[in-house]
Write a protein that binds this ligand. Sequence first.
Ligand code: ADP
Ligand code: MG
Length: 221
Amino acid sequence: MTPLAVSATDLHRSFDGREVLAGIDLTLRQGEFLALLGRSGSGKSTLLRAMAGLDPEFTGRLLVPERRSVVFQDHRLQPWKRVLDNVVLGLPRAGARAAGLTALEEVGLTDHARAWPVTLSGGEAQRAALARALVRDPQLLLLDEPFGALDALTRLRMHGLLRELCARHRPAVLLVTHDVDEAIALADRIIVLTDGRLGRPHQAVRGSAELRTELLAELGV
Ligand code: ADP
Ligand code: MG
């Protein structure tokens, strides 16, 4: 059996006395792609932030790998650094540029290495954000609605790219999304988060109309 990349037991998180994570148990195997579906406000980002180490205040037991990277809906590139400098930001200098250029090549942005972030399209900026994550060789890749701000065509192209990158690098992936079709297109396993609790896991079946209907029902759509 593939080893676990993530093990979460009984995670809780409240804001102002309101429980947003109400006992989350979740495991994720190395190389597995899990989509976490949920309506707006259901606690998806709260859970992802806990896994990213960005929230010191949740309770419960959470084991995550050392090397983890987050891609948010907004690219969060620093405007005063060129694309390549953004990609390698914080890495040890030796070998960083070469690794950064390789990552940019993987996402098809070689020609934009010296560009300023403001000159990138939405899709290009998210590709740069993916390169910045990949260059850190993450064991766990955390994606919080990474394509939510993109137009439909660009989003589809990004799905293809993400599938390719994941097949090559095999990180464990947690994709947070409210898009049922995106979850089915990308994930191995899909779980719906409702009011801070996880539903039962679904094996993703590409193009399955039944699964789509089931997930939409679980989301209350
Ligand atoms: P999702 O990502 O599923 O849309 P979030 O995890 O961002 O949902 O938020 C879940 C709930 O927790 C929301 O009601 C939100 O207002 C609340 N919440 C999230 N972060 C904070 C915070 N820092 N302070 C107060 N409330 C928060
Ligand atoms: Mg969110």
